[in-house]
Write a protein that binds this ligand. Structure first.
Ligand SMILES: Cc1cc2nc3c(=O)[nH]c(=O)nc-3n(C[C@H](O)[C@H](O)[C@H](O)COP(=O)(O)O)c2cc1C
Length: 218
C-alpha cells in the first residue's frame, strides 16, 4: 500500500499538518509506506484550461500537460493506493494551493464522453482532512461536494474534520477579541487530540482495507 499525504496548508507544524501526520501514522500502523508533500514548497499553477488532457490521440491524453513543480507529485498521486489530502478552510473553501492541485489532478481524469468513466488506472482511496475555526457542520454541504467528486474521480473517499481550532498560539498578541480564548484553549486541549485520533483511524482504515482491489467492486 502506497500512501501519499498532501498538505494543502502553508504551515508544517499546526493543526492541519498535525492531523495529516496522524492520518499518515495510522496508515503506517496498517503497514503502508507513505510520504508527505507540502504543496507550499512547490511552484505550480492551477489548470489553465488548455484541454490537452482531452485531445484525442494527444500525447498528454488523461494527464496534465503542464510541466512544473507539481508534475512529479501528480504522477505519484495517480500511482498511490491511498491519498490523504489536508487543508485548512480559507474563505469557505480549501486553500488556493490545494484547489489548484485538485484541478490538476481531477480534470485530466475526467472525460466528456457519455460514460464519464474516469481515466486513472486504478481506484485511489482518498481521505480528506479539513480544519477550521467555524462550528461543526458549517461546511457539511461543501465537504459532501468534494467527497462526491472524489468518489467519482479518484475512488472511495471519506473525510474528517477539526473545527473550532486554535488559530493563534497567544491570542493576546493579535486583534482577535471575537474569540472566547478559554473555550478555544480548552477545546484545543480536549478535542483536538480526539480529532487527530479520528484522523489516525481514518488513515489506518483506508490503508488496511484492501477489499476494493479484490474483484474491483467500483
Ligand atoms: C486566510 C485565512 C482564511 C481563513 N478562512 C476561514 C474560513 O473561511 N472559515 C473558517 O472556519 N476558518 C477560516 N480560517 C481559519 C483556519 O481555517 C483555521 O484556523 C485552521 O485550523 C488553520 O489551520 P492551520 O493551523 O493548519 O494553519 C482562515 C484562516 C486564514 C489564515
Amino acid at each position: 500500500m502506497k500512501v501519499l499525504a498532501i498538505n494543502g496548508g502553508a504551515q508544517k507544524n499546526r493543526n492541519t499538518a498535525k492531523m495529516l501526520q496522524s492520518a499518515l501514522d495510522g496508515a503506517a500502523e496498517a503497514g503502508a509506506s507513505g510520504e508527505t508533500v507540502h504543496l507550499y514548497d512547490l511552484n505550480y499553477k492551477g489548470c489553465i484550461g488548455c484541454h490537452a488532457c482531452k485531445l484525442k490521440g494527444g500525447s498528454s491524453f488523461g494527464r496534465c500537460v503542464q510541466k512544473d513543480g507539481l508534475t512529479e507529485v501528480l504522477e505519484k498521486a495517480i500511482n498511490a493506493d491511498v491519498l490523504l489530502l489536508a487543508s485548512p478552510m480559507y474563505f469557505n473553501d480549501v486553500t488556493g494551493a490545494l484547489r489548484s492541485f485538485m484541478e490538476r489532478l481531477f480534470f485530466p481524469a475526467i472525460t466528456y464522453n457519455k460514460e464519464r468513466t474516469p481515466l486513472y488506472p486504478h481506484p485511489i482511496k482518498a481521505g480528506w482532512l479539513f480544519t477550521m475555526n467555524a462550528p461543526g457542520e458549517f461546511y457539511d454541504t461543501f465537504f459532501k461536494g468534494i467527497i462526491n467528486s472524489s468518489n467519482w474521480i479518484l475512488g472511495p473517499s471519506e473525510y474528517t474534520i477539526a473545527y473550532g481550532t486554535k488559530q493563534f498560539e497567544d491570542y493576546s498578541k493579535y486583534e482577535a477579541d471575537m474569540f472566547d480564548v478559554p473555550a478555544v484553549t480548552k477545546r484545543h486541549e480536549e478535542q483536538f487530540p480526539k480529532d487527530c485520533e479520528a484522523a489516525r483511524e481514518m488513515g489506518k482504515r483506508l490503508a488496511a482495507n484492501n477489499d476494493l482491489y479484490i474483484g474491483g467492486n467500483i
